[in-house]
Design a protein around this ligand. Structure first.
Ligand code: LLP
Length: 430
């Protein structure tokens, strides 16, 4: 699966660093991010979401993986940033990410979060619904500020992905449906506002989508919607954000998306569609998250041992689990792995990789063929860069792992491992 970097002593390498050395130096579980791969992914999107005569912008959806170190890389690569909470916004600002390049999302932003976003001068707030527009007006008035926004709409596209990460069905909790009777009324409300300046629309059809046609359909539906709104409300869309969702190859079951071709087709379709309808081309944005970071991440675990069950299953236990990677338990996600210190060994066993949480569903990989392992071998689970660290928890009071960035044979600690002291930091003895 993919290209494996193996060094002279038969160990797995990430960014030219020996994975076994990383595990020993920083401890396990350990999230390892290959900086070069993150940067290449940024360049793949930024370098291909381009077309003569169209203003474009690539926005990294930070929910996939966020800390101050990644913000710096995203900033250097020239991408903007999508945040969905006060916490994500705070992290971005602490990393000196330019506020004007921050997009504030969320279907239920609190008043505090909205005030924080307005005061920080974020570039755009993505308004989710009519009530939020009303609240935003009041807050802007109180703060004596104006704000540029996009309205999140739901184009009703059913993308083929896990139902938990589909976001654009007609009864989705996100955005206002373009088919709703209220939609023109809402747009009129924006037009009457002195404080909230509607620039255009945002949509996002789901995540881990491989079917390019879903992206194209949603873009075409959005263009028709723009035309309708232009006719009925006399509103010219200046910005159109098409969201993220580009699929990533986690295992051999998954396809490989041709991002370059997909982005190019998308831009051409939009350009032709808009020109055919005699509209002017708005600024276009996309918001990839997973596809920027997933394949750049690897999780290293120490193996604690194995167990053969009476039922015939062979477990391999690792020193992490659903606390650092809940995706298998939550979405039945598939991952590939290698034994980092046994890269040239023969594959002769089938294991179920289980974590250390008190929960039967605490599985990272259901069945995987690997060399025979023993205690203290290092398991490297691949493509864990997205929605692993960001979805990690302290269930069973397990400590969150450290994050290390690697590049050209050098490693740098980006997030410290939690300590027991951190766990009780906010506890109060009554
Ligand atoms: N924009 C919006 C408005 C979104 O809601 C999302 C993801 C993205 C962009 C980025 O989508 P991506 O390019 O990463 O697919 N926890 C789930 C994924 C949830 C995605 C939520 N929204 C998982 O682990 O698969």
């Amino acid at each position: 699966f993919g290209t494996m970097n193996i060094n002279d002593i038969g160990n797995f390498e990430i960014g030219n660093c020996d994975a076994v050395d990383l595990a020993n130096e920083y401890g396990t579980p350990l999230y390892v991010m290959d900086e070069e791969l993150v940067r290449n992914n940024c360049k793949l999107f930024n370098g291909n979401f381009l077309m003569e005569g169209i203003d474009t912008e690539v926005i990294y959806a930070s929910k996939a993986f966020l800390n101050v170190a990644i913000c710096k890389i995203i900033k250097e690569e020239g991408l903007s940033l999508d945040v969905v909470s006060g916490g994500e916004l705070y992290t971005a600002l602490k990393a000196n990410f330019p506020p004007s390049k921050i997009y504030m999302h969320g279907n239920n932003k609190t008043e505090d979060e909205l005030i924080f976003a307005i005061k920080s001068g974020v570039g755009r707030i993505i308004v989710d619904n009519r009530q939020e527009l009303e609240l935003l007006e009041i807050l802007c008035e109180e703060l004596d500020k104006n704000i540029d926004v996009l309205l999140r709409v739901n184009p009703g596209i059913e993308a083929h992905t896990h139902k938990y990460i589909q976001t654009s069905k007609n009864d989705s909790k996100f955005g206002e449906s373009i088919f709703s009777e209220d939609i023109q009324f809402i747009i009129n409300k924006f037009q009457m506002s002195n404080r909230v300046n509607l620039k255009g629309f945002h949509c996002h059809i789901g995540s881990q989508i491989f079917e390019e046609n879903s992206f194209y359909s949603s873009a075409l539906v959005m263009i028709e919607f723009m035309k309708e709104i232009e006719n009925k409300c006399n509103f010219i869309t200046k910005e159109l954000n098409l969201g993220g969702g580009f699929g990533v190859r986690y295992s051999e079951e998954d396809d490989q998306m041709d991002i370059k071709r997909c982005l190019n087709t998308l831009l051409r379709l939009i350009k032709d569609g808009i020109e055919n309808m005699n509209m002017s081309i708005p600024k276009l944005m996309i918001e990839p998250g997973r596809s920027i970071v997933a394949n750049a991440g690897t999780t290293l675990y120490k193996i604690g041992g194995t167990k053969q069950t009476y039922g015939g299953k062979q477990y391999m236990f690792v020193d992490g689990g659903m606390t650092d990677n809940p995706r298998t338990a939550l979405y039945d996600a598939k991952y590939e792995a290698v034994v980092a210190n046994k890269m040239n060994f023969e594959y002769e066993e089938i294991y179920t990789v289980a974590g250390k949480c008190c929960e039967s569903g605490d599985i990272i990989i259901k069945d995987i063929e690997l060399p025979k392992v023993e205690r203290n071998d290092v398991l490297a689970v691949l493509s864990t860069g997205a929605y692993n660290y960001s979805m990690s928890s302290n269930y069973n009071r397990i400590l969150k792992p450290a994050v290390v960035f690697v590049k050209d044979g050098e490693s740098r600690l980006a997030v410290k491992r939690e300590t027991y002291e951190d766990l009780i930091r906010n506890d109060i003895l009554l």
